[in-house]
Design a protein. Structure first.
Length: 94
């Protein structure tokens, strides 16, 4: 699968001093895997969650959905959240 970057007329998803953001799409990534990876600190500074529809090419911001699932799973597992993940939840309004 190939992804061609396009310039959007809207503001960027991730504030950055560098205007280039790289994404890697993996067919095996689902919400369960993503939440597990977040809880085990596999991401240094999670900023935003975006869902890509590979059939119609649409995207949507799923940051709040991911944050709610992370918080729910952390409570179920009685896990303490790393600082970067707490920041992610706060930015998501959770």
């Amino acid at each position: 699968m190939s992804v061609t970057p396009r310039r959007a007329a809207t503001s960027p998803l991730v504030p950055s001093t560098d205007s280039t953001v790289y994404l890697v799409l993996d067919c095996a990534t689902d919400l369960h895997t993503l939440v597990s990876d977040l809880l085990s600190s596999r991401y240094r500074r999670p900023l935003r969650g975006v869902a890509f529809d590979t059939v119609d090419g649409g995207t949507r911001d799923v940051t709040a959905e991911i944050a709610r699932e992370v918080l729910s799973r952390a409570l179920e597992l009685d896990r303490e959240l790393p600082a970067a993940l707490r920041d992610f939840l706060e930015r998501a309004g959770v």
